[in-house]
Design a protein around this ligand. Structure first.
Ligand code: AMP
Ligand code: MG
Length: 499
């Protein structure tokens, strides 16, 4: 390792390695033949106390997995998960946790190499990742971050100089993922399945120390922790719904107790609004469709609750009753976050009883007329600003029918009347809408275009897209090409778990 990279600002602690042995395995990344950096996230590096220039110049060895930075103690984490409803023992089959970087502000962040080679949890897999999906994770997660939605982020992507064999040979890559932690619902399921209460207890203590230190002195830490996770997930999934995000593979191993969005596989944003939208080619039953996400989150949280039962009460019935009391709050909490966000999207700062119906009425119109989700709300802000009366153009082909236009006009009249009761007035309502309704999201056709170019060796479209999604609320000349919906006739977008 070069001497310089030692000085990049690494400051590791490895608290996970102090947990009981069955929760992880000491492993090292498998070296790759020709690591080369294609992405370094300079703003994120700076937040973590790492020198972006040094990383860019000298970091290929570390981010490709050939060199271990000073202070890191690499491991693979064990976890389990319900995948499409079926329980399986898993673990990091192609990822290595380098350790926890302590940022200058004291924040502790996991640095995790995804695609770093086989581990004892790899089962039949090759332990590797392809460049396209790793870049996709970077651009979509940066977009989510810019939208203010809690998420893991990409610090770097290194190509490996090796091919990975999927349906066809693809360029291999390693993503360095930064997360508040990689504690998943499935980590608790694994600890529960181990069958030793001290292991589960140690994991809970660790999770509380990392995410909910205020609960350390709680008389009922397991119930209090569950409550905190339920609240974070209710808020998170509401945020997804309000920007049209479809996670695509909400298995319990892909749900983080930190409340960050994690595991960007077949995820995508809605184009035309349709609640039944499924993008993933492997989600045949539509289990993880857009509209199902709150219900699935609730289901996953029930799996977390079950895992915690031995720590809740020695008597199982009493334990079940205690966690049920918490789980049952999920729908109302989700609804509260969702409605608050829906109000903001419509420009409302105050609450009235009819607001839910007002929001639902617009969504119904959007569904009936295949309106582009993002453009619709961005357009509403513009319309409120100009008092312009037209029904917005819709994705499906340049304008609603006459009946559609009338239906929109009727909705708009109700909305305008409601806006007129806002004490802050019109200008404030417009400003509020512009703060929450993005004009740029990582559009599916743009993401695809950038990844195809990157696979052919041209990173420019990816860089331009990344710049655009990092500034989602401002209409600028530069982001004009990234605001438009999918060109007509592209058909429904499909993602492949393509990993
Ligand atoms: P994911 O679909 O990325 O959430 O992965 C589900 C599980 O499969 C995780 O335990 C991964 O570590 C594992 N996995 C996915 N792809 C591979 C691979 N190419 N080699 C080994 N394990 C993998
Ligand atoms: Mg996963």
């Amino acid at each position: 390792m070069s001497v310089a990279i030692h000085r990049a600002g690494w400051r590791f602690d490895n608290s996970y390695t102090r947990l009981p042995e069955p929760l992880f395995s000491r492993e090292r990344p498998t070296a790759v033949s020709d690591p080369a950096l294609v992405v370094v996230n300079a703003p994120l590096a700076a937040e973590l106390g790492l020198d972006p220039d040094l990383l860019r110049d000298e970091g290929a060895g570390v981010f490709g997995g050939n060199e271990i930075p000073p202070g890191a103690e690499p491991i693979a984490q064990a976890y389990a998960g319900h995948q499409f409803g079926h329980f399986t023992n898993l673990g990091d089959g192609r990822a290595i946790l380098l350790g926890e970087q302590i940022a200058p502000d004291g924040r502790r962040a996991d640095l995790h190499l995804k695609g770093a080679g086989r581990t004892r949890y790899s089962r039949g897999g090759d332990g590797r990742a392809a460049l396209g999906p790793m870049l996709r994770e970077v651009v979509v997660s940066e977009g989510m971050h810019a939208l203010g939605i809690p998420t893991t982020r990409g610090l770097a992507v290194a190509t490996t100089g090796e091919e990975v064999l999927r349906a066809t040979p693809l360029p291999g890559a390693v993503l360095t993922r930064v997360a508040a932690s990689h504690l998943r619902v499935g980590t608790f399921q694994f600890a529960r399945a181990v069958g030793e209460t001290p292991v589960l207890e140690a994991l809970l203590r660790h999770a509380i120390a990392r995410h909910d230190p205020d609960l350390a002195s709680s008389g009922e830490p397991a119930v209090a922790f569950l409550d905190a996770v339920v609240e974070r997930q209710a808020a998170l999934v509401a945020r997804w719904m309000l920007v049209g995000f479809v996670h695509g593979v909400m298995n319990t191993d892909n749900m983080a107790v930190s409340g960050e969005t994690i595991d960007y596989g077949p995820c995508a944003f809605l184009d035309a609004y349709d609640p039944t939208t499924v993008f993933s080619s492997i989600d045949q039953q539509g289990r993880y469709a857009y509209a199902n996400q709150p219900m699935i989150a609730h289901w996953n949280l029930a799996r977390l609750a079950e895992s915690l039962l031995p720590l809740v009460h020695a008597d199982e019935d009493a334990a079940i009753e205690a966690v049920r009391g918490v789980l049952d709050t999920f729908p109302a909490r989700f609804e509260r976050h969702y409605l608050a966000g829906g109000r903001a999207k419509l420009g409302l700062a105050t609450a009235e009883d009819g607001d839910r119906d007002l929001f639902a009425g617009l969504l119904k119109w959007m569904h009936d007329h295949a309106a582009d989700f993002t453009a619709m709300f961005a357009g509403l802000a513009a319309r409120a600003a100009t008092h312009d009366g037209d029904a917005p153009a819709v994705a499906a082909g340049g304008g609603a029918s006459a009946a559609g236009a009338d239906a929109f006009a009727a909705w708009r009249t109700t909305w305008r009347a409601r806006l007129s009761r806002e004490p802050g007035g019109h200008a404030e309502a417009v400003a509020r809408m512009r703060r929450v309704n993005p004009v740029v999201i990582p559009r599916n056709h743009r993401v695809e275009e950038a990844l195809v170019a990157a696979e052919a060796g041209d990173m420019e479209p990816f860089r331009r897209l990344l710049d655009a999604v990092r500034d989602p609320f401002a209409e600028t000349a530069a982001n004009e090409p990234y605001r438009a919906g999918a060109p007509a006739g592209c058909g429904r977008y499909r993602t492949f778990c393509g990993t």
